[in-house]
Design a protein around this ligand. Sequence first.
Ligand SMILES: [Zn+2]
Length: 578
Amino acid sequence: MATDRKRVSAVNSTSSSLELPMDNYSQSSQADLKPRKPRVYRSKVFIIAVSFSSVLLLIMISAFAVHYTVGFPSSSLPNGGEKDALTMALPPEQRVWVEEGISELRNAVERKDNKRRAKNVILFVGDGMGPNTVTAARIMGFKEEGLMSWEKFPDMGLLKTYCANKQVPDSFSTATALFSGVKVNYETGGVDSSVPLGDCAASLNPDRHVQSILKMAQDDGKLTGFVTNTRVTHATPAALYAHTPDRRWECEQKMPAAATVEGCRDIARQLIEEPTGQKINVIMGGGRQMLVSNVTDSEADPIDTWSCKSNDGRDLIQQWANIKAANNEAAVVVQNSGELDAINAQDTDYVLGIFANGHLKYEHERDTSPSGMPSLKQMTLKALQVLRSKNQGFLLVVEGGMIDQAHHRGTARKALNEVLAFNDAINATLQALGNDLQDTLVIVTADHSHTLTINGHASKGSNIFGVAGNSKTEGTPYTTLTYGTTYQGFQPDANGLRKDPTLEDTNDWEYMQQGAINTDENYHGGSDVTIHAVGAMSYLFHGVHEQSYVAHAITYALRIGRFRDSSIAESLADLLPL
Ligand SMILES: [Zn+2]
């Protein structure tokens, strides 16, 4: 009110002082009828103009002062007005965003590049773990505000996952890009893109073979290993040691007769009989039916009927053990969780752990007793123990392979639960590493995406497997999660309309989310995937990269392969010695 009055009085005084010279002028013009001298006339105009300007300036200053006082109460203007008005205005429960923002900012400002040469590298690959899969798993496990273990890493980027001849790739071509640094044809691996799918003769040319980071690490005296919860001959691990024009050639039974005659070896034989496979210190996963002929089927350990099943009389597990014994090497074969735990890492140089005929069981249906199958975390920790015990540096690749399997079946809850199991393995690894993280590069990425979609607009805190709302055009409820492609697509009812998902339990492990396109299964998605890194040289992952960049960055961090010559490496960046 006081300021309003001030403003009114300022206006009144202005108008009265404006009228004064006008009145004077009119009085004088009435009194004096003689023509006025031009000098006097100009002088009066000059005085009036100056007076007018002064008054106008006074009005402006008053108005500014009034506006300033009203806009910013004096209590919020201490010490030059530097106080954060946003913070002052926010209720306490919302200050968390400001506090978190400042904390994240502090981390960003204080971040220092670790330029130590990496002695060890651990590469975690979540098969099919696209960005939406991570977001949905995060909400499932930790609510919207949570973070997966790798989402706290200081460095991250994106990978473009297309392969040499497809916009949306398969896991064999992407694993070859990640591990060998070149993009190759769909469903081929360990051979360059001049080798067409299924061309045995072309794949036999050693000039067409690409070398993996695992082979290069072996050549430079490092220990190597891989862990997967799929078959050890499956696409992702196979790209570490095999050179094969068709990912289906996991055993002899899926190979064309002509390819066998031409001299191509199936993937299982390459693992056990070729030099790179023989030098791998730790091999863990499933796939017994590829390594041993005519394995027995059981409910606890079913045969995978979708894939190869050897029947040529082989026992490559025994053959592996015989080779190690002949070389007098400290090697052990383990086939269940209890045997795995019993391994004494100090006394062991080689481990072959084959825990299932096909893939290992999903984490939620796994027999957790010693006679059952181990978790990804158990396998990873034991692999780490064996590889660290020799202190000569190591490369370990860990695949969370069942994320992809569950997505293919269209069962999102299983897929997301597998992401959480993958997260457990990574958390446990970081804890086990402790200070060794200083000279270990830990990377977490995915090989490709899936078509999982997170639909709007469920309330914050909602069950991620629940219903997001009702369609405004058809009235039928829809779930938050759906797929682009699935078996039975949008699951039409008897009238051909999209089925009401609430007629089923959408929280059930076996529930299949609806999809836009009806086909035989959910296909891979073509979105970029994230890559996160911590430890030695993690700063190398910083922007949008081709997937094939990863192999080059790892060989550079380890200074193996083409970067073994230190002068080449030092021309790229300052590297601190070990
Ligand atoms: Zn897949």
